[in-house]
Ligand binder design. Structure first.
Ligand SMILES: Nc1nc2c(ncn2[C@@H]2O[C@H](COP(=O)(O)OP(=O)(O)OP(=O)(O)O)[C@@H](O)[C@H]2O)c(=O)[nH]1
Ligand SMILES: [Mg+2]
Length: 367
């Protein structure tokens, strides 16, 4: 995951190290010469009190050194402890590269701007102590900026939502929306397994009545997983299928209804209207946008449009196993203000990972 972005972030950390390094070479030489000629005869005698050691004039020069020594030692130590302060120009230089790296990794512009702003604030004017590793400082500042981006005010706890409905004797209804081929049906199958593994009883609603193969695909997963599917014929009213599935779940005391819907482009007015209708009828507890990480910034724009259309609760980002850039994962949360709930990491039923910011942070900054 994120190999490219990871490399770029590493380079930024290295550059911080270089910029923060003390500029020792130009300052070092002037210090040595004044001290160097210890035998300068005119100065030495002045410094020596005549009573000190009359019989040892050659020892005079060493007495000059001890007096200056502590000051120079301290100076030298301070210089080593206080490395060069990072000036705004240094930081601009560093963040320019970061900015290019983030944009190349398909991180959305406002998100890139946010990271840059935070990194600038974190680095400008910073002096590093002797024991402080500039790479670690850069990592810390970058990590914090990215963590902020991945943390939303709105939190969604899927299992708590299900439990709350269960307590009322009702099934939780989850509708999955998104573009064609981005992973809705596969994610529903994975989530079915995830819920069954935790003791919940789901039922699937084949509300993708647009594509004949859509119903069939869901049925195949359902059969493999040993879970029921509520379906109608191709072309049937998708909202009606969702309604039937909810009624079925209520009648059977099932815990969750997972509603599969047809893939649609956000520009397709009719299909977007149909999706609104499904949501009006099903009154979902959660509406999950399923995005394809490989589409980068497009996934982010799509999430925003679907959010505007039906109000998404959060996202599942699929195909993370194939995404080397990582931009969508960073951007989608900030752009929509809604959390990522799961990451799809493959085609198997168990390739679903509960999202935590640490997963991305470790992928980006881990060794
Ligand atoms: N590598 C990988 N492939 C995935 C992942 N999620 C889904 N896929 C694959 O992506 C393809 C499309 O997935 P679907 O689940 O059919 O997508 P969809 O959104 O339901 O598509 P429509 O029904 O056409 O709207 C399938 O071949 C899946 O196996 C994932 O996390 N990783
Ligand atoms: Mg599908």
């Amino acid at each position: 995951m994120f190999e490219k972005l990871k490399k770029k972030l590493k380079r930024v950390a290295e550059r911080v190290g270089k910029k923060a390094a003390p500029e020792a070479p130009p300052e070092a030489p002037p210090e040595v010469p004044p001290e160097a000629p210890p035998e300068t005869p005119p100065e030495a005698p002045v410094e020596i009190p005549p009573k000190a050691a009359p019989e040892a004039p050659p020892k005079a020069p060493p007495k000059v050194l001890p007096r200056e020594k502590p000051v120079k030692k301290v100076k030298r130590a301070v210089k080593r402890i206080l490395r060069k302060e990072l000036t705004p120009a240094d930081v601009d230089d560093i963040v320019w590269e970061l900015q290019v790296g983030l944009l190349e990794s398909d991180v959305a512009v406002p998100v890139t701007d946010h990271v840059i702003e935070r990194v600038k604030a974190g680095l400008t004017g910073r002096k590093l102590g002797l024991r402080e590793d500039p790479k670690k400082l850069a990592d810390k500042v970058l990590r914090q900026a990215i963590q902020e981006i991945l943390t939303t005010e709105q939190k969604v706890d899927l299992l708590k939502v299900i439990e709350a409905k269960r307590a009322k004797g009702e099934p939780a209804v989850i509708v999955f929306v998104g573009i064609n081929g981005h992973g809705k049906t596969t994610s529903i199958a994975k989530l079915t397994k995830y819920l069954m593994d935790r003791g919940y009883k789901p039922v699937l609603a084949a509300a993708d009545t647009f594509r004949a193969a859509g119903i069939e695909q869901l049925e195949i997963h359902a059969e493999r997983l040993g879970v029921g599917v509520i379906k109608q014929k191709r072309g049937a009213d998708a909202a009606a299928v969702a309604y039937d599935a909810i009624a079925h779940a209520k009648a059977r005391g099932l815990d969750v209804v997972l509603v599969d819907t047809a893939g649609r482009m956000q520009t397709d007015v009719n299909l977007m209207d149909e999706m609104r209708k499904i949501c009006r009828v099903a009154k979902p507890d959660l509406t999950i946008f399923v995005g394809d990480a490989l589409t980068g910034n497009d996934a982010v724009e799509q999430a925003r449009t679907f959010d505007q259309a039906v109000g998404i609760s959060g996202s599942i980002l699929c195909k993370m196993d194939a995404d080397s850039r990582g931009g969508a994962a960073l951007s989608i949360t900030q752009v929509t203000g809604k959390p990522i709930l799961f990451l799809g990491t493959g085609q198997g039923y168990d390739d679903l990972v509960e999202f935590k910011p640490e997963i991305l942070l470790n992928a980006l900054f881990g060794d």
